[in-house]
Design a protein around this ligand. Structure first.
Ligand code: HEC
Length: 141
């Protein structure tokens, strides 16, 4: 369930960065912090030892390499927070701010990042953090 929340937040962020949804630094930061709040200890405590029962995509490796799992869960939080801060630094606060006029008038096909203002690099780092843990510890079924 927590992962689904993370997945949903990630989708929202992606849509905003692609211009498929009105971009606002405030809502992007809020979504990033939803991820942050589900990272670190909040995430690892959802994986108590020997909890592999029923259908799960969690690899048993998690408990053999717990330190790495914990580190990746912490990294996730740090990167989610970096993304939130970067968005807040860059602005604009909301899609109706004058700063984002540019966004509003952009032709559909170019609706991606309006220049270097959007926190694309931080987003990419965050996405890498998901992939790094899934590669090690998630068995896609
Ligand atoms: C520290 C490790 C770790 C990190 C970091 C991580 N995940 Fe996961 N994720 C897992 C594991 C393990 C599973 C499989 C859990 C299970 O099936 O019990 C999973 C499953 C999922 C699922 C499937 C959930 C379901 O119910 O089918 C989604 C979606 C997901 N992760 C999204 C993300 C996104 C997006 C990020 C980054 C923003 C992320 N995860 C970061 C370990 C991680």
């Amino acid at each position: 369930m927590a992962m689904k929340g993370i997945g949903a937040a990630m989708k929202e962020i992606k849509a905003m960065l692609r211009g498929e949804k009105a971009y606002s630094a405030r809502s992007l930061a809020a979504q990033a912090r939803r991820i942050r709040d589900r990272s670190g200890a909040a995430m690892t405590r959802l994986f108590p030892k020997d909890s592999l029962q029923g259908p799960s995509e969690a690899s048993p490796e998690i408990w053999q390499r717990w330190a790495l799992f914990e580190r990746l869960a912490r990294d996730l939080g740090a990167r989610a927070e970096s993304l939130a801060l970067a968005a807040e630094r860059a602005g604009p606060e909301s899609a109706t701010d004058t700063g984002s006029k540019q966004l509003a008038t952009m032709p559909e096909k170019d609706a991606g990042p309006p220049g270097s203002k959007l926190p694309m690099a931080e987003f990419a780092e965050l996405a890498k953090s998901c992939a790094a843990c899934h590669r090690e510890f998630r068995i896609e079924k």
